[in-house]
Design a protein around this ligand. Structure first.
Ligand code: NAD
Length: 276
């Protein structure tokens, strides 16, 4: 049997011609993911609410010869998610992969220091965009009888000082499992990649930005740094590999789940966290 294996084809272009949406791909893990998916042959939809960073990612992909479009929409609302899905269908006629990457804690502090509005903003950032995008894409994938959804989780579900964000990510783990069970019969796979602490060297938009151009206030610097350092030390102490990750390491796990190499894998979580 080994005589028939084409070594060049194995793994090299796993996403050839697959239409792949990555939300929040203007920077960070999302950006590394679209670069990886384009390398693997995907047709890419760069999605972000910040036009400047979405354009930067899109232009970078174009210079590498990728087939790519940019869609700017705010995914805190269902209508924003629908816009993304409808414009993708207008451009490419199908959706094979949706990566729900938008998210990220806004604050790091003990739960009693969050006010009501801050808790709502954390859920709006890290739970709702994934809920809305899943809801908007499922009818398309059901019609196709095919699709792969990858949600972004986090190790915050077992860490300090991000209770509202961790609640969002816990919700995403539940959503992943339930949707995998409800929609497997339509050939749709739903999985989660849960990163550990990942350095984002070229972040354009800060986590404190709640709308383009609008930032919320953090605690005084010294206090927020103290919580941040304690949080990082706590997660490091739980980790086997004892270092922070890179966006490219997350992108590799996401691309695997998107590809047909993972075609019998659904409802699972890959903890891409150095063994946390
Ligand atoms: N970086 C880490 O250490 C880390 C660790 C664990 C989990 N994660 C998860 O990985 C994902 C990506 O993290 P990151 O650090 O690369 O994020 P990031 O904050 O660097 O980038 C997020 C992108 O999403 C966009 N965005 C935010 N809200 C949006 C909205 N409502 N609509 C459209 N676009 C929006 C931002 O403009 C930004 O470009 C998140 O879900 C995060 O929770 C990250």
């Amino acid at each position: 049997m080994t005589d028939n294996i084409d070594i060049r084809a194995a793994g090299a272009r796993r996403l050839k011609d697959k239409v792949c949406i990555v939300t929040g791909s203007g920077q960070g893990i999302g950006k590394a993911t679209v670069l990886r998916m384009a390398q693997e042959g995907g047709k890419i939809v760069v999605s972000d609410r910040i036009d400047e960073s979405a354009s930067k990612t899109t232009n970078e992909l174009k210079t590498h010869g990728a087939d790519v479009i940019k869609i700017v929409s705010d995914l805190t609302t269902f209508s924003g998610a629908q816009e993304l899905i409808e414009q993708t269908i207008d451009a490419y006629g199908r959706i094979d992969v949706l990566v729900n990457n938008v998210g990220g804690t806004i604050w790091m502090k003990p739960f009693h220091l969050y006010n009501e509005k801050e808790i709502e903003l954390e859920l709006e950032r890290s739970l709702k965009p994934t809920l809305w995008c899943c809801r908007a894409v499922l009818p398309i994938m059901m019609n196709q009888n095919q699709g792969s959804i990858i949600n972004l989780g986090s190790q915050s579900v077992r860490g300090l000082y991000r209770a509202p964000y961790a609640s969002s990510k816990g919700g995403i783990l539940a959503l992943t499992k339930v949707l995998s069970m409800e929609y497997g019969r339509y050939g749709i796979r739903v999985n989660t990649v849960s990163p550990g602490g990942t350095d984002i060297p070229d972040r354009i938009t800060s986590r404190l930005t709640i709308k383009p151009g609008i930032e919320v206030k953090d605690l005084p610097k010294e206090e927020s740094e103290r919580y941040r350092e304690e949080m990082i030390a706590d997660s490091r102490s739980q980790q086997a590999l004892r270092r922070r990750g890179t966006p490219e390491e997350q992108a590799a796990a996401i691309a695997f789940l998107a590809s047909d190499d993972a075609e019998f894998i659904t409802g699972e979580v890959i903890n891409c966290s150095g063994g946390q």
